[in-house]
Design a protein around this ligand. Structure first.
Ligand SMILES: [Ca+2]
Ligand SMILES: [Ca+2]
Length: 246
């Protein structure tokens, strides 16, 4: 029954999902030849839910078991993941910055949500070493990583580059809601250089995930400030898209 249900959910998703499913099979087979393959082929986990304002429970690695994603202060800079176990509990905390391979002096910002709404949680991650001067540095990593993600390094078979990494230095990335549609958007606390901090907006398009910088949307939803008076940042992104777990 679970298999049937997972197929029904997967059916509307085109070729991209087939690629992910194939990757899931391979990853599962490599890790656990006995049972991993079947489980990772698309067993449907329950919909993500909130266990408190900064803790999301949902399946991030596609094994059908809910994982715990914690985001202290909503900033995306101190995010941790605890993988779900067979008994329904959660394993040890892994810092997202460490999983994605951040180096000394680099700032890692991350946001988790099901951005394109295919039923699997996704990751937005940006890794940048601040320049320390007025000209912002380019990020070493700035990606949208559609789930399922590998446990070891949060890699995705369908990772895509984002322009967040070339438009300033991201200090925070938060899930946001702009325009009132069903797709989670992003608010980036961005050092744009020359003493300007901005709330930089990326609106998500159906099926494809977070979009590029858009001048009109930025005028509508963005805000500029300074280090002394930074722009306000959203704290209700997850709350808007996910219900409490109980
Ligand atoms: Ca999981
Ligand atoms: Ca997704």
């Amino acid at each position: 029954m679970l298999r049937k249900r997972s197929r029904l959910i997967a059916a509307p998703i085109a070729a991209a999902a087939l690629t992910l499913t194939a990757a899931g099979y391979q990853a599962g087979a490599a890790e656990s030849p006995a049972s991993g393959g079947a489980e990772r082929s698309g067993k449907a986990a329950a919909a993500p839910c909130l266990a408190g304002a900064t803790t999301l429970i949902g399946d991030l690695d596609g094994d059908g078991r809910p994982d715990k994603i914690s985001n202290p202060g909503h900033t995306g800079t101190k995010m941790t993941v605890q993988w779900g176990t067979a008994s329904g509990s959660f394993g040890t905390k892994h810092a997202v910055s460490k999983l994605v391979g951040a180096r000394s002096g680099e700032v890692t910002t991350a946001a988790v949500a099901d951005f394109q709404k295919d039923g699997k949680l996704d990751l937005v991650v940006n890794i940048v070493k601040p320049s320390g001067v007025d000209d912002p540095a380019t990020a070493r990593v700035s990606q949208y990583r559609p789930g399922p993600l590998k446990r070891a390094n949060l890699a995705s078979a369908a990772a895509r580059k984002l322009d967040i990494g070339t438009q300033g230095e991201a200090k925070q990335i938060r899930v946001a809601n702009y325009g009132g549609d069903a797709y989670p958007d992003l608010a980036v606390l961005n050092n744009a250089g020359d003493g300007v901090w901005e709330r930089s907006i990326r609106v998500t398009k159906p099926r494809t995930g977070p979009g590029k910088y858009d001048y009109d949307l930025q005028q509508q939803y963005g805000e500029t400030g300074t280090p002394a008076e930074p722009p306000t940042m959203p704290t209700t992104g997850w709350k808007h898209f996910y219900k409490p777990c109980s």
